[in-house]
Write a protein of this length. Structure first.
Length: 217
């Protein structure tokens, strides 16, 4: 008897490199964004959300946080911090929107574009290293049991950055539940979990509750 493709839980770690590139003004940040690698854009947006998911103040975006702390530009920081990485399927699109916000601000406030920051912004980038975790899950019960013990790193990999990998506005968990298990109801509920108002741990706990309830159907 043929079995459904199982779900393979994966953990990910990131090797961080500090580049020679830095910015001390908004104009330098704009130019830096044009020159930065995709790995750098990923690090300062998607990856910074994973690093800073537990923060209750400030911004999860490195760019927004530097504009706030390094330049004391709260309105601009709010605009940058308001970009929801879940809306993006490509780093090029995200880079373009960040650049557009900076352009609009600098054109409206040209004197502020060359004011030096309290501390420079250092462009960094990271390389991803992944490894499978345990056996595949083939049933809802096995999937729920796998979810229960997941680390923040694994939740981050499957729930946040999966959009870039799948090129869909969904996550690995929801994609498997809908396409393999034929449970679009569970897929939708999990995809609606707001990572900005939850920690990665509380998001995992909510997923466990959703799947456990689905097992009783």
């Amino acid at each position: 008897m043929e079995t459904n493709p199982g779900f393979q839980f994966v953990t990910a770690s990131y090797v961080i490199r500090i580049n020679n590139q830095k910015a001390t003004t908004l104009n330098e940040l704009r130019r830096g964004l044009d020159q930065a690698s995709d790995d750098s854009i990923f690090f300062h947006t998607f990856q910074s959300l994973g690093r800073n998911h537990f923060l209750t103040e400030g911004f999860s975006s490195d760019l927004a946080q530097w504009v706030l702390i390094g330049l004391n530009r709260p309105r601009l920081a709010e605009r940058l911090g308001g970009l929801d990485v879940r809306d993006y399927l490509s780093l090029a699109e995200l880079r373009g929107d960040v650049r557009c916000i900076l352009n609009e601000y600098c054109e409206a406030q040209p004197r502020e574009a060359d004011i030096s920051s309290f501390e420079p912004f250092h462009f960094c980038e990271c390389s991803e290293v992944t490894a499978p975790l345990g056996p595949e899950a083939h049933t809802l019960a096995e999937f729920r049991e796998g979810l229960e013990g997941l680390s923040s790193a694994t939740i981050y990999y499957h729930f946040l950055i999966s959009r870039l990998r799948l090129q869909l506005k969904t996550n690995d968990f929801s994609y498997w539940l809908e396409s393999v298990m034929d449970r679009p109801d569970l897929a939708r509920r999990i995809n609606r979990i707001d990572i900005y108002t939850n920690t990665l741990d509380s998001a995992r706990d909510e997923m466990v509750r959703i799947v456990r309830a689905g097992e009783r159907r």
